[in-house]
Design a binder for this molecule. Structure first.
Ligand SMILES: *Cc1c(COP(=O)(O)O)cnc(C)c1O
Length: 367
């Protein structure tokens, strides 16, 4: 064994060392201006992020979960409404719906491990107001397929692009297909702040103005409150760190694509399955998830070879205790359940070296 250094699933240290000087210079500017909450550094990021996505407007908020919550409120979704979301996603997609007082209705995934468009119509009821599509692991969902159903039934479409910043669907950056798109800038995401942050983009001016007010105590004029609002602002230090990192995002994403392409081409073990990638999907591989029938043995084999795997996600949303009252059972969504019990996330971050990638590949092929 030529390398005894452990290879983690995600390591943020390399990236933050490389840009430390630039980030600290940005922090210093925020500090000098004491622009700690919202303000010019958040606005600067909002403007460049809207441009990056190709959307008219961007609103920076405190995290991805509050972004989803506000998206529901801006669309007028609340008590008594239902919102369709995938069973296979990070739980925060469902929190956005629940925090608005509405009910999440789950739908199974297909072999792309994203929401199966053919299963959506069966979940629609007179109470359904919207679908939240999730570009999971960084791979776009079937936008045309899901949009067609939303149009037919007059449902809003919200994109949860928390894991997919810079991913492309039919050559267009995701985040411009729904009524509103939500992003997380949690440090572990493919664009992460030095702190907690999130955002929304939209082309609808009415939603934009409402979102801006909602995040700031329901206020557009200081100390005048038009409705019950929230303190969901983004911090200035977070905004400044994001502006620095956004310049590197395309390069980091391309390195992720390079690593993924090697995993896809060079992992040849028939015991392993991967996310099916339709020809219109150009993902950014926030995560690289595989499944193995005998998952425990593979994890042991990986760890014996100094590779630390992780699980995204071990329990599907519909079987979480928090949603026991919705009365889903084991067997409700077989694909999401299979994935939850067999998924392993391989190391994936731009700073992985070619040697480390080779080590992951040869370890899996020798299993
Ligand atoms: C991370 C994530 C969120 C929530 O973002 P936070 O910033 O952690 O609140 C929402 N949806 C998905 C798919 C995510 O991966």
């Amino acid at each position: 064994m030529e390398n005894t250094k452990k290879i983690p699933c995600l390591d943020l240290a390399g990236q933050h060392q490389a840009i430390k000087k630039e980030i600290f210079e940005a922090f210093e500017k925020v500090y000098e201006k004491t622009a700690f909450s919202g303000g010019p550094f958040v606005e600067e990021f909002e403007n460049s992020y809207a441009k990056f996505i190709g959307a008219d407007y961007c609103v920076g908020v405190s995290n991805g979960t509050t972004a989803l919550h506000l998206a529901m409120l801006a669309l007028g979704i609340g008590q008594g409404d239902e919102v369709i979301i995938p069973a296979n996603t990070f739980i925060a997609t469902a929190w956005g719906v629940s925090h608005a007082g509405a009910t999440p209705v789950f739908v199974d995934c297909d072999e792309t491990w994203n929401m199966d468009p053919t299963k959506i119509e069966a979940a629609i009821t007179p109470k359904t107001k919207a679908v939240i599509g999730v570009h999971l692991y960084g791979q776009p969902f079937d936008v045309d397929g899901i949009k067609a159903i939303c149009s037919k039934h007059q449902l809003f479409l919200v994109e949860d692009a928390a894991q997919a910043q810079g991913a492309r669907y039919r050559n267009k950056t995701v985040g411009v297909f729904g009524d509103i798109a939500c992003y997380s800038f949690y440090p572990g995401k493919n664009l992460g702040a030095c702190g907690e942050a999130g955002g929304l983009t939209t082309n609808n001016e009415k939603y934009f103005l409402h979102l801006r007010s909602l995040r700031n105590h329901g206020s557009t004029v200081r100390y005048y409150h038009d409705e019950i609002g929230f303190n969901y602002r983004m911090g200035g230090l977070e905004g400044a760190s994001l502006s620095v990192k956004l310049k590197y995002l395309e390069g980091w994403n391309n390195r992720r694509r390079e690593i993924a392409a090697r995993y896809q081409a060079e992992i040849v073990n028939p015991k392993i399955r991967m996310q099916v990638k339709p020809e219109w999907a150009d993902g950014i591989y926030h995560l690289f998830v595989i499944t193995a029938e005998n998952k425990e043995e593979l994890v042991k084999h990986l760890s014996e070879n100094n590779i630390l795997a992780a699980y995204h996600y071990p329990v599907p949303c519909h079987l979480q205790k928090a949603y026991a009252h919705l009365k889903y059972t084991v067997g409700s969504f077989p694909n999401a359940e299979y994935l939850a019990s067999h998924c392993i996330s391989l190391p994936m971050y731009p700073e992985l070296t070619d040697n480390e990638v080779s080590q992951v590949i040869s370890t899996i092929n020798s299993f």
